[in-house]
Design a protein around this ligand. Structure first.
Ligand SMILES: *Cc1c(COP(=O)(O)O)cnc(C)c1O
Length: 399
């Protein structure tokens, strides 16, 4: 079924995963997007525009930083941090938003919709819409709006309209359903700016390509600094975009271990975590076939994580493929481990990571001491912790 190669055989498929499971009304839009992206990819002008935005707007290249005190403390492998937290808006998400915004312009559309859970993707989308002068509507569950008041304000300040979704659990998956409904209705003028390597083809491939700059830079940077490749690369996995972004240019380097860290939450039972590879089964959610956390009747399970960005019941289809072919390994870090790792990084390096990224740091804390001093690990710090101050303060009372 899965074969030996990690390469997808057909466009939009990663082994058996991926595909395009959407209502007929969206097929034309997805085909248009695929065509337009295909053309853009081959156009040197598109490449140049994107590089210019990466450099002069987002702040690329991001540094690869040797974490000396953390390395010393862990007593094993040398730890480097890829600093996506230093990007404009505070996380890697801007890479993808800029890429898609350029495509919207090329398609002659002027209205962008997006869904958001904690608000991070909504803020990045509202940001690029302001930059490009697009109308922007962000769907958000009313429960999430209540929890993330400040991000709702931020999006509105950037000129976006935030539409509350009052159905279901009033969280991310309900917001996605509503955004899909809007897209079906307004598909001629509207682009759906999806925030991770999820959804129907071409999104998982396209979003990966926009984030592949992370690994392309990291590979050149580590070769320059150390003259060799790392033993392992560690990244957290929500939908899977920052991880696939740093993995992509290392896929062929078979000796480099690729480690994805899922949210172990507060326990192993269904509903207590968001570790799709530790309890999930293949299924279709939001247009793509991948691992999904579901109950025995196939109903989508509720999930929990201290970090909103990892709190999603499915995972990008390319990760499902990398998992089945064993090219990448997937582990989990618990809420408690992530919180401890966050404090550790703050106090050894003066860097407060996003709680999502702290899951990757937590795995490094377990892994690096088992490794030789001559070995290297790179941890992708996907975002900064400013957005998490409320949660951190609540959880680290004796800090
Ligand atoms: C959204 C987010 C994530 C999770 O999304 P991926 O698509 O898995 O990268 C991770 N880290 C940060 C900082 C985020 O904002």
């Amino acid at each position: 079924m899965t074969g030996k190669s990690h390469k997808a055989q057909t466009p939009g498929r990663f082994g058996v995963y991926g595909g395009r499971y959407v209502p007929e009304t969206l097929m034309a839009a997805l085909e248009e997007l695929e065509r337009e992206y295909g053309k853009a990819k081959r156009d040197p002008e598109f490449k140049q525009q994107l590089e210019d935005l990466f450099r002069n707007y987002a702040g690329r290249p991001t540094p690869l930083f040797l974490a000396r005190r953390l390395t010393e403390k862990l007593g094993g492998a040398k730890v480097y941090l890829k600093r996506e937290d230093l990007l404009h808006t505070g996380a890697h998400k801007i890479n993808n938003c800029l890429g898609q915004a350029l495509l919207v312009e090329r398609m002659g559309k002027h209205r962008v919709i997006a869904e958001t859970g904690a608000g991070q993707h909504g803020v990045a989308t509202a940001t690029v819409c302001a930059l490009f002068g697009f109308e922007c509507v962000v769907y958000m569950g009313t429960e999430d709006m209540r929890r993330q008041e400040l991000n709702v304000f931020r999006m509105r300040l950037l000129g976006a309209e935030v539409r509350g979704v009052d159905s279901g659990s009033r969280t991310l998956k309900d917001a996605i359903n509503e955004a899909m409904r809007d897209w079906v209705t307004n598909v001629r003028t509207t682009h759906y700016l999806l925030g991770s390597v999820l959804g129907a083809h071409p999104y998982p491939t396209m979003v990966r390509d926009f984030h592949a700059v992370i690994g392309r830079e990291a590979r050149a940077q580590i070769l320059k600094a150390e003259g060799k490749l790392p033993t392992a690369i560690i990244a957290c996995v929500g939908g899977g975009s920052n991880s696939i972004g740093i993995f992509h240019h290392f896929l062929k380097d078979k000796k480099v271990q690729l480690v994805g860290v899922e949210a172990g939450g507060r326990g192993e039972r269904l509903g207590e975590h968001a570790a799709r590879f530790h309890g999930g089964k293949p299924g279709v959610l939001h247009g793509t076939y991948s691992y999904v956390l579901q109950d025995d009747a196939g109903q989508i399970a509720t999930t929990h994580s201290v970090s909103a960005g990892l709190d999603y019941p499915s995972i990008g289809p390319e990760h499902a493929w990398l998992k089945d072919t064993s090219r990448a390994q997937y582990v989990a870090a618990s809420d408690r481990e992530a919180l401890a790792a966050c404090t550790l990084l703050a106090q050894t390096e003066g860097i407060i990571p996003a709680l999502e990224s702290a899951h990757a740091v937590a795995d490094c804390v377990k892994r690096a001491p088992q490794m030789k001093k001559s070995e290297i690990v790179i941890v992708n710090v996907s975002g900064r912790g400013d957005k998490d101050m409320g949660i951190l303060r609540e959880n680290l009372k004796n800090c």
